[in-house]
Design a protein around this ligand. Sequence first.
Ligand code: SF4
Ligand code: SF4
Length: 248
Amino acid sequence: MSQAATSRVQEYIGDPVSDEAPVSRDKLEEIFQDIQADLRYDHELNGCLNCGICTATCPAAHYYDFSPREIVQLLWTENLDGIYDAMQEKIWSCAQCYTCAARCPFGNSPGGLVMLMRETAIKHGMESAKSVLRPFSRVMLKLISTGNQLAPDMINPDHFADWGPNISKVEAPLETLRKAIPMPTLHTTKTAWEVNLKTSVELYTIWEETGVLDSLETIDENLFDVICDIMDEKRDDYEDWLDEQDED
Ligand code: SF4
Ligand code: SF4
C-alpha cells in the first residue's frame, strides 16, 4: 500500500454548502502574519494560562457569544482557521473597555489583540468589517474630513429614534444656543467645534501617512471618493488663504 504523504491540515476553510469562495491556507497564513507583524502584538500576548479571568470580567462576554479567553487561545495556539472564523463576527462584540488587560495575570491585553484583528480585517476588506462599519459612514465622513466625531446637527429625531421622548430635549434652536456659548469656535452646528484650515490639512496628511485612507478605500470606495474630494477642496482653500497672506 502506498505511503504517499498526506496532510491532515485542511487546505481551505469555508462552508461546504455555501457559494462563497473558500479561503486558502495561504490567505489564512497571510492574515495571521499581518496580525503578528504589528509592533503591539508581542506586548499584548505573553502566554496564556487559559484561566478565564479575562472572560469572567468581560462585559461583552455577558451579552454575546464572545470570549476574550477564546480569542487569546486562538492566537496563542496559532489556530489559523479559528482566527479567521472569529474575525467573521466575534471580534466585533468587544467593547474595547480593557478590563481584561487590567486583570490578566500574564499581562496580556485581549482587547488590544482584538483591535489588531479588527485592523487586519479592515486591511483585508473582509465582509464582516464592511458590514460593521457601514452604519458609521456618516460619522467616518465627519471624523476624517473635520476631525470631529459628532456635531450638533447630527443629533436629530431621525437619527436617534431609540432615544424616545428624550429626543425632544435636543429639538431646540441649536443655532441660537450655540451662539450663546462664549467660545467663538463653538458657534457652529456643523461640527462640534470649528476646525481651521491649517489643522484640517495637517489632519489629512496624518490620515494619508498612517494608512487610514488606504483602509477606508478597501472597505468603502464611495466614501473614500467623497472624502478625497473634500480634502482636495480644503487643500485648495488653504493654498488660496496662504496666497492671500503673502499679498497682504
Ligand atoms: S488571556 Fe490572561 S486572563 Fe485570559 S485566559 Fe489567558 S491568562 Fe487568563
Ligand atoms: S476590552 Fe473587550 S475583551 Fe476586554 S474586557 Fe473589554 S469588552 Fe471584553
